[in-house]
Ligand binder design. Structure first.
Ligand code: KIV
Ligand code: ZN
Length: 533
């Protein structure tokens, strides 16, 4: 039975989702969870892109070296540049199995406009850099990606792949970088490519979802011999994202009768019961919630609203459900946490969910948990995730909410008075100071955000708040984490720096929605502040 290797790029392409940033701690938690879920390869990052990512990839590689990721291969991305390859070698040094993933664009539109090199120069770089990667002896496997392969001239794509294979690349990835191809067209490209480039190389695909075809294209590739599928949890990734791991895996499982290669059933090593927990951890640590109607892992994936559907499911689940919720690990946890739960039970559940908090982290999150439990009889996993997620977002921040007072009504302009505790980030030992500002706004939330802007110097420096602020609020939303009037409200905020467009996200939880909103805004402002420095 052919095996499909699952190459998870949540920590690399997934991190390219606007507003998403994974530090070493988040990457490590997600990597451990991915390994438990059974992915074959984890693309941990792009070490040459920043010192922070170098550190994050090293952290994952070290965990692999300590045996914490089992036999999962750790991969690092590099451009066709010696410096990038050296950086990947340094970052992966401690991993048990080290994969170099080198890429270069092969389409004329990329060669001409982005790289400004000729096809010959592109081939020369592929040869030199693949050979260099091989010569270092620092990698166990080399994967070559022809970026924008599906829009590349086919003959040139073959030459590029031949060049990489000739210098020792054992895995050839064919990315549909801009989500352009269709299942039938993709199959034709892959079959012809296989036929044209001889040798012992493994075929991989990497599909983006711009036209909503990433999963279909990936599965079509598996049907014609692709042995590796690159994907991300929840379909995170550039623009419309990548093929979603959970969709690919469940389609292979549920439709094993139909999705076959050469008449044979296809299989992969994913432990499907871990999928839901993994999806939720990634949503929590990325700050990108899963859309409710998302296939497989959305909140509504097993919800039946219409009476006729409810009746059918009650009579026989198979009438409207094609997947078994237990196969996705739904309803696996039966422990209910509440006011009387102790620190130990709380810490246990947090660890099971995949978060690794140190003792101080558990203390801080547990204190928040107790505060909420005083107002809410039962806390669900979603509540715990919201509490831990907010705690993690607040780490290393300069500003913390101290107090706020807001006046608003239908006949007066809203006015907020906000006090923040501000740390001196240059002198970490120094006691924080309380800074207070008042600001008007179009409603209580706007007024509170304006007051925070004034404290953080994001208001453009104008008295009266008339000048354009230095950050722009690009999205704001509040959702109830669970049902009921005592529900925790989770606010999510996205702001962008007006000068360079960088996006920062923040989230805050509270049973008071204004408090949740201010905390979320502070989360984003703290990240903006960090970038400035
Ligand atoms: O989409 C793409 O082409 C990529 C490559 C780096 C594999 O992410
Ligand atoms: Zn990609």
């Amino acid at each position: 039975m052919p095996i499909i290797h699952i190459y998870d790029t949540t920590l690399r392409d997934g991190e390219q989702t606007p507003g998403v940033h994974f530090g070493p701690r988040q990457k490590l938690d997600i990597a451990r969870r991915l390994s438990k879920t059974g992915v074959d390869i984890i693309e941990a990052g792009f070490p040459a892109s920043s010192p922070g990512d170098m550190e994050a990839v090293k952290t994952v590689a070290e965990a692999s070296g300590r045996g914490e990721l089992g036999s999962t291969v750790v991969s690092a991305l590099a451009r066709m540049l010696k410096e990038d390859i050296d950086a990947a070698a340094e970052a992966l040094a401690d991993a048990r199995v080290r994969r170099l993933h080198i890429f270069i664009a092969t389409s004329d539109i990329h060669l001409r406009n982005k790289l400004r090199i000729s096809r010959d120069e592109c081939l020369a770089r592929i040869r030199t850099c693949t050979a260099y990667g091989k010569s270092l002896g620092a990698f166990d496997e080399i994967e070559f990606s022809a970026e924008d392969a599906t829009r590349s001239d086919f003959d040139f794509l073959c030459e590029a792949v031949q060049a990489a294979v000739g210098e020792g690349a054992g895995i050839v990835n064919v990315p549909d970088t801009v989500g352009y191809t269709t299942p039938a067209e993709f199959q034709e490209i892959l079959i012809r490519l296989r036929g044209r480039v001889p040798g012992d190389w493994r075929l991989s695909v990497h599909c983006h979802n711009d036209l909503g075809m990433a999963t279909a294209n990936s599965l079509a590739a598996a049907e014609c011999g692709a042995e590796q599928i690159e994907c991300t949890v929840n379909g995170l990734g550039e623009r419309a994202g990548n093929a979603a791991m959970e969709e690919i895996v469940m389609a292979l499982k549920v439709r094993r009768d139909a999705i076959r290669c050469g008449g044979e059933e296809l299989t992969c090593g994913i432990v499907t019961q871990e999928i839901t927990e993994t999806s939720r951890l990634v949503a929590s640590l990325s700050g990108v919630p899963v859309q409710p109607n998302k296939a497989v892992v959305g909140q509504n994936a097993f919800a039946h609203a219409a009476g006729i559907h409810q009746h059918g499911v009650m009579a026989a689940r198979g009438t409207y459900e094609i997947m078994n919720p237990e196969d996705l690990g739904l309803n696996a946890n039966t422990i209910v946490l509440g006011k009387l739960s102790g620190r130990h039970a709380f810490a246990d559940r947090v660890a099971q969910m995949g978060y690794s908090l140190d003792a101080a982290g558990i203390d801080a999150a547990f204190a928040r948990f107790k505060e909420v439990a005083d107002r809410k009889a039962v806390l669900t996993d979603d509540d715990v995730r919201a509490i831990v997620g907010e705690y993690l977002d607040s780490l290393e921040g300069k500003y913390y909410l101290d107090t706020f007072q807001i006046q608003s009504g239908n006949h007066i302009r809203a006015m907020a008075l906000v006090s923040l505790s501000a740390k001196d980030t240059a002198a970490p030992g120094k006691e924080p100071v309380i800074v207070t500002e008042a600001a008007p706004g179009e409603g209580p939330i706007d007024a509170a955000f304006n007051a925070v802007n004034r404290i953080a110097g994001a208001d453009g420096g104008a008295a009266g708040g008339t000048a354009e602020s230095r950050v722009e609020l690009i999205s704001y939303g509040i959702t109830a984490v669970t049902e009921g009037t005592d529900a925790l409200g989770e606010a999510r905020v996205k702001i962008a720096d007006r000068e360079n467009g960088t996006v920062f996200t923040g989230r805050g939880v509270s049973t008071d929605i204004i408090k949740a909103s201010i905390k979320a805004y502070l989360g984003a402002i703290n990240k903006w502040e960090k970038m400035k420095n």
